[in-house]
Design a protein around this ligand. Structure first.
Ligand code: NAD
Ligand code: ZN
Ligand code: ZN
Length: 391
């Protein structure tokens, strides 16, 4: 089959690789109809290459049709249309029972001290072949594959694999008081959905992003937008009676704009040979923290900051004095997709499309064009906001 493979920092290519096969009786094989590129893939592309091997298949936002099932698969049949969450969980362990699927004790990666295995997400998370490919081996398929209806287009359901539940969790963790104000930093795909969810739940939403077309898209969904300027902190306070928003979702993560020094260090670590880069990355503060620090500065006293954006530094400097003095709550983590997806299905199936799933994808292209799309998405060229590949 054809698959998008990692070849080195900022180098990916479509290659012919062996078709996946059933390896465990709980597996299923799906043929992929749509598979998206995520902001998390950009971290692999740019910074975390030391943890991926040349030739590894990327991608963790797939959906498709079941073509084969293992002997123990009971809930699925060949021909079922399914969405696959990026997190692989068992559904019955101590953690899964508590809705913490990203910490699943069946698939947890104890050797690397990482949580549950993830598709296409480095040796830290189980080295699992990803979903930017023609076919995917779905593990623990009964629990993980979500069966969906046949009538609506892929784009309605596809984002249940990751960014829609991620944004939902981000807003839930932000603990916004009724009728309160939520600021969303970053209006990429995750920030778009987080801010729309905020509106849907009745909050005032302030969205911050340096990219004009991303602000324009958010504006279409009732979000007040602000450019990322030197004045943005003052503006966020001014428009909230001087206090700051009740809650802030950071939907930016480790590659935030506005940290030139850290950007250089991060780039340098990304370009080191793997054997040198790994210990540096495991011990040092490699994150660009402009967005996180803005979130901590902007949120009102006693408020909550919720991190959807991914961070990976081991010793990032944090403004403890302000965090402590302001009495902040901080929540974060990979999304427990399986916990939230059932409450999102009615929203994506609602004829009115209240979260605007059909107003996010800017580029839907064949898998062959994935390398070009990685660059476009990273550089935010050609108005690119979300890429969906069609294998
Ligand atoms: N927690 C999870 O399970 C999970 C799941 C999916 C994605 N993510 C993470 O969410 C983050 C966003 O993903 P995405 O797909 O929307 O990616 P993206 O890269 O398209 O979005 C990031 C946005 O932040 C903006 N930005 C950059 N610096 C900023 C700053 N200092 N202040 C405000 N905005 C700034 C960029 O212009 C961009 O629009 C990434 O870190 C990704 O890894 C986490
Ligand atoms: Zn993702
Ligand atoms: Zn589990």
């Amino acid at each position: 089959m054809k698959a998008l493979t990692f070849q080195g920092t900022q180098k990916v290519s479509v290659e012919t690789v062996p078709d996946p096969r059933i390896e465990q009786p709980t597996d299923a094989i799906i043929t992929i109809t749509s598979t998206a590129i995520c902001g998390s893939d950009l971290h692999l592309y740019d910074v975390l290459g030391a943890f991926i091997n040349k030739g590894d298949i990327l991608g963790h936002e797939p959906m498709g049709v079941v073509v084969e099932i293992g002997a123990d698969v009971k809930n699925l049949a060949v021909g079922d249309r399914v969405v696959i969450p990026f997190v692989i969980a068992c559904g019955h362990c101590y953690m899964c029972q508590r809705g913490l699927h990203t910490q699943c004790e069946t698939t947890q990666n104890r050797e690397t001290e990482s949580g549950a295995s993830l598709y296409g997400y480095t040796e830290l998370y189980g080295d699992v072949p990803g979903g930017q490919a023609e076919f995917l081996r779905v593990q623990l398929a009964d629990f993980n594959a979500l069966k969906v209806g046949a009538d609506l287009p892929d784009e309605r359901y596809l984002f249940l694999s990751d960014i829609l539940p991620t944004a939902w969790q981000g807003v839930q963790y932000a603990n916004v008081p009724d009728g309160g104000t939520l600021a969303v930093l970053g209006l990429g795909p995750v920030g778009q959905f987080a801010s729309r969810i905020g509106r849907h739940l009745g909050y005032r939403v302030l969205g911050v992003d340096p990219v004009p077309e991303r602000r324009a898209m958010a504006g279409r969904h009732g979000i007040e937008t602000l450019d990322l300027t030197d004045d943005v902190l003052a503006e966020l306070r001014e428009t909230t009676d001087g206090r700051g928003p009740d809650s802030v979702v950071d939907a930016v993560g480790m590659e935030a704009h506005g940290n030139p020094g850290a950007a250089f260090a991060q780039k340098a670590a990304g370009l080191l040979p793997d054997a040198l880069a790994k210990p540096v990355m495991k011990a040092a503060g490699i994150d660009r923290l402009a967005a996180l620090h803005l979130a901590l500065d902007a949120v009102r006293r006693g408020g909550t900051v919720s991190l959807s954006g991914v961070y990976a530094g081991a010793a990032d400097p944090m403004p403890m004095i302000h965090m402590f003095d302001k009495g902040l709550t901080l929540r974060m983590g990979q999304c427990n997709v399986q916990k939230w997806r059932d409450e999102l299905v009615p929203l994506v199936e609602d004829p009115a499309d209240p979260l605007g799933t059909e107003d996010l994808t800017t580029h839907a292209v064949p898998l062959e064009r994935a390398p070009e799309m990685y660059k476009l998405f990273k550089e935010k060229e050609d108005g690119c906001i979300k890429v969906v590949l069609k294998p």
